[in-house]
Design a protein around this ligand. Structure first.
Ligand code: ADP
Ligand code: MG
Ligand code: MG
Length: 918
């Protein structure tokens, strides 16, 4: 999307937006154009906050850059030059001036913040001449030469692409620095002198020459354009692409470039730099939270090279700057009406704001901050609901370490160390020391990624791990930020940890742990333990189950869901096959069961024996005899579920899988079972052979079984209605079964099966003298069923979309075999998303829409629901809302997520709150 080309210079399209305290072009609303960083820098300027002046080159230039073979639109150079002049006037220094040079940072900023994805270059504008000016003006040659070597190092890495030589762990610049320290007999950077830094600048430049074949650029203009090009270029680097894919950020957005006058936090003891949050990003608690380093520059805090100090200590170090920071943080939170993440620098006692944005936070903090902001009357409940990513609720339901087990681990001396509690939750897994290894091992086990510090290259490994442990870095280090956003458990800055990547082991004091050994992290206390500590349910679940009294986590959870229930239109049910699952579903707020798979019941205890007898039976009579044994067992299972669900509806699916799934396939297993059942090996083997199918997914299953063996359907219907009558008699609450016939393709199939069910229902109710409110309906999970939905609806009192099979049969992809190529399709963007995870609206979704419309036309009041995996996916839930379904059904742990997603769907569609019929 290049900006429209204009003819005359005067009215040329604007590409560059300047800002300085008190005035700015554009503001917080212009994130699309200025990127998040640029937009908020402009906004802070408009609020009159102390921001170093600068300008932002818009994202439109990024789009132009990629559309025109990495060239810039006409007129950009002149605009940049003019904007730079404005900055010079404001600061009173000139770019490239040998006496008193203006230095700038060149920063990237996309619409959505992408932490650490694209790199910033600081101290740009230094060369052999200007460094002398900086040395004289600052009165500190040491500072000037240190600034220069930082610049060369950063520029070489980000702009010139000077790569590490021998594997990722060796950085040539760091190597040269270490060598210098060794030669001078010192251990730390601060012990180095101006002469040392000057010598290092020369060494660094040699490294650049060796790697690139060209001398390091001396001309500040050339440096500036090199950096601008690199920022735009970094939009398409591997890290950025990986991050976008993981977070659904379209590549068309592009990044902006902000050029900002430098302020120095490393100018001496009255200077420093820091990062802060207006609330605790881990728990959401309302307290100013952050950390800083005195005498340090920007990246030092985030990179985790030195472990910073807690922000409260700033009050003692620089009381003036601290007071102003307090005032500004409160002002910014009020202004943006959300928790803010701030970057600041203090130059010689004077505070400068360098960035603000809505802070990344854990799921715990997301819910708590949203609820608290409503209570503080900053936002409405509607806004609060829209701000919480439904997936965030997942974290609140995750297990934590059992207190007793934790106490035992402490008493047994399993505790290795305690560091920063950077990402809450409990994680136990085997140790891995690299991101690649994490991805590999995560296929088979839970892994904990242990690194000295993490960098954006580690993102995929962090995603694969359940926990992350680092030796260096603070609460705002890369590891901590990314872990919190991904919902990973994280303990950061464990300084006692000695990590040896080569030997793949870590040492803490006397203890040595190797790759593959178990380790446990408590991301809420920062403790690290050797061995795997067992976990227990989350606070939310413990309170729901009446085992604990409500704490802040539960209270925030309950409040956000109470609001969600007020706004959502969709009902939410759970998929549950057993009594305990049903109880859990009710605790999580399920309004019914949307799918009870009866076959799962058959695998337990004696049930499998009776089932096998039934399968082996010769003729209906023998089969009836075997079924008679199954009847009471199945009746007891249903009774348990009905008891858990009270008067809530329970959708029960008649037998679905092919019968061979109930028999063994290996010779020795067959012979063992034959002996046990007292039948001949040959007979059993012949049965197994006869049930074999080439494509069982498309074979003798679903209603096809019930039609071949109607006595199975009859037995199941009898078990359901007898159980319902028993429970109604015992509890006084009438269960509401909804019997669902699977894999129907034609109205005739359904008619045969509903006739069986209705006959049994009538018989049992008559025998017991009770009426049980019930429905008989079908799954819509074959394209043909959707195509003839009108005729099917004449037989069905409800439809439930079985979107797993519907997706398989619409695409002609078997879910199990699809694993071989669906990921590739997603990677290459042939599929927008995995259709088994996110409903394919254009295909399977279109069939659903058709079925809804024709079904409702044929039968007013036809009940509509969904019971595939998609029922728990927020995007799919939004589509279900659009279709006007009555409910979605998902696994019990996703019920809270679905409740919130349903509310968001209603709010986005502009629906007013209404009381839902249950
Ligand atoms: P990121 O997107 O990774 O946060 P930033 O552009 O914010 O990158 O910059 C990285 C670091 O450099 C931050 O700590 C920031 O505060 C600091 N920084 C950026 N520009 C300046 C500047 N003009 N003066 C001083 N520090 C700066
Ligand atoms: Mg930043
Ligand atoms: Mg199915």
């Amino acid at each position: 999307m290049a900006p429209p080309a204009r003819k005359t210079r005067k009215s040329a399209a604007r590409h560059v937006y300047g800002f300085a305290p008190g005035k700015a072009r554009g503001g917080a609303r212009d994130k699309d154009l200025l990127g998040g960083k640029g937009a908020n820098l402009a906004e802070m300027c408009k609020l009159g906050l102390p921001v170093p002046p600068g300008f932002t080159i818009s994202t439109e230039v990024c789009a132009y850059f990629y559309a025109h073979g990495r060239r810039y639109p006409r007129g950009l150079e002149a605009e940049v030059r003019a904007a730079l002049r404005d900055v010079e006037r404001c600061v009173g220094k000139r770019f490239g001036d040998a006496e008193d040079p203006l230095l700038v940072s060149v920063r990237s900023g996309a619409r959505a913040s992408m932490p650490g994805m694209m790199d910033t270059v600081l101290n740009l504008g230094l060369n052999e001449r200007t460094v002398q000016g900086l040395a004289r003006r600052s009165g500190s040659p040491r500072f000037a030469w240190d600034a220069y070597r930082r610049f060369v190092q950063m520029y070489a890495d980000v702009v010139l692409g000077v790569e590490s030589e021998e594997g990722a762990d060796f950085d040539p610049f760091q190597g040269a620095l270490e060598e210098r320290k060794r030669a001078r007999g010192v251990r730390t950077d601060p012990e180095l002198t101006a002469e040392d830094w000057q010598a290092l600048v020369a060494t660094f430049k040699d490294i650049v020459l060796r790697h690139t074949g060209r001398p390091f650029p001396e001309d500040p203009e050339e440096q500036l354009w090199g950096a601008i090009g690199a920022v735009f270029g970094s939009w398409e680097n591997e890290r950025a692409i990986a991050y976008r894919r993981m977070n659904d950020i379209p590549s068309s957005w592009g990044t902006a470039v902000s050029v900002v006058a430098m302020v120095f936090g490393n100018l001496g003891p009255r200077s420093g730099t820091g990062v802060a949050f207006t609330r605790d990003p881990a728990t959401g608690e309302k307290r100013f939270y952050g950390e800083f380093l005195m005498n340090a520059q920007g990246e030092d805090v985030v990179a985790g090279l030195r472990t910073p100090e807690p922000i409260e200590l700033l009050a003692e170090r620089e009381p003036g700057a601290w007071k102003e920071l307090q005032r500004i943080q409160a002002r910014l939170e009020r202004h943006f009406r959300d928790m803010q993440d701030l970057e600041f620098t203090i130059e010689d006692g004077r505070l400068w704001m360098l960035q603000c944005r809505n802070g990344k936070r854990t799921g715990f903090a997301a819910v708590r901050v949203a609820v608290d902001l409503v209570k503080e009357r900053r936002i409405t409940p509607e806004e609060a609901l829209l701000r919480v990513d439904p997936e965030a609720l997942n974290q609140l339901l995750q297990p934590i370490f059992a207190p007793a087990e934790l106490a035992r681990a402490r008493a047994d001396g399993q505790r290795l160390t305690r560091a920063l509690a950077a990402g809450p939750g409990a994680a136990a897994g085997e140790i891995v020391f690299s991101a690649e290894r994490a991805q590999e091992r995560a296929k088979a086990a839970r892994v904990v990624l242990v690194r000295i510090e993490t960098s954006p290259e580690d993102i995929r490994g962090m995603q694969a791990a359940c926990g992350i442990l680092t030796a260096r870095g603070g609460m705002t280090s890369h590891a901590a930020l990314v872990a919190r956003q991904m919902g990973r458990v994280c303990v950061a800055g464990a300084g006692e940890l000695e990590i040896d990547y080569r030997e793949r082991r870590l040492r803490i004091g006397e203890r040595v742990l190797r790759e593959g050994e178990a380790i446990s992290l408590d991301g809420s206390t920062g403790e690290v333990f050797a061995g795997a500590i067992p976990t227990r349910p989350s606070e939310v679940l413990a309170v729901l189950a009446g085992k604990e009294t409500a704490g802040p986590v539960y209270r925030a959870y309950a409040q956000i869901l109470a609001w969600a229930d007020r706004f959502r239109v969709l009902g939410v049910r759970a998929n549950a096959d057993q009594g305990d699952q049903a109880e859990l579903a009710v605790l999580f707020g399920a309004e019914g069961i949307g799918l009870c798979r009866t076959e799962h019941m058959f695998f337990e205890g004696q049930k499998i024996d009776a089932m096998r007898e039934m399968i082996l039976a010769d003729g209906p009579e023998e089969r009836e005899r075997a079924l008679a044994k199954l009847l009471p067992l199945q009746r007891a299972d249903f009774a348990e579920i009905f008891r858990a669900m009270g008067a809530r509806p329970v959708t029960i699916r008649s037998l679905d899988p092919p019968l061979h799934e109930f028999l063994p396939h290996e010779e020795h297993e067959i012979s063992f079972l034959a002996r046990e059942m007292g039948v001949s090996f040959d007979r059993l083997k012949a049965k197994v052979e006869s049930l074999k199918e080439l494509n069982p997914m498309l074979g003798h299953r679903g209603c096809r079984l019930g039609i071949s063996y109607p006595e199975i359907t009859r037995m199941q219907a009898r078990a359901i209605f007898e159980a319902a009558c028993d429970v109604a008699r015992d509890t006084g609450k009438k269960p509401r079964p909804e019997i669902m016939i699977p894999l129907v393709a034609t109205p005739a199939e359904l008619a045969l099966q509903t006739a069986e069910v209705r006959a049994v229902a009538a018989a049992v109710q008559a025998e017991r003298g009770l009426t049980i409110p019930h429905l008989v309906g079908t799954m819509i999970e074959l394209p043909r069923a959707a195509l003839v939905a009108g005729a099917i609806a004449r037989e069905a009192e409800f439809f439930s979309f079985g979107t797993n099979d519907l997706t398989q049969t619409t695409f002609g992809i078997s879910r199990d075999d699809g694993a071989k190529f669906v990921p590739l399709y997603v990677e290459r963007e042939i599929f927008e998303a995995d259709p088994f995870a996110r409903l394919d609206r254009a295909g399977a979704g279109r069939l659903m829409r058709m079925a809804c419309e024709e079904g409702l036309a044929a039968r007013a009041g036809l009940k509509l629901g969904i019971c595939g995996e998609h029922g728990g996916d927020p995007s799919s839930i939004e589509f279900c809302h659009e279709l006007g379904l009555d409910y979605v059904s998902c696994s019990p742990f996703r019920v809270p997520i679905a409740r919130l997603a349903a509310a968001q769907a209603a709010l986005r569609a502009g629906e007013r709150p209404r009381r839902r019929a249950k």
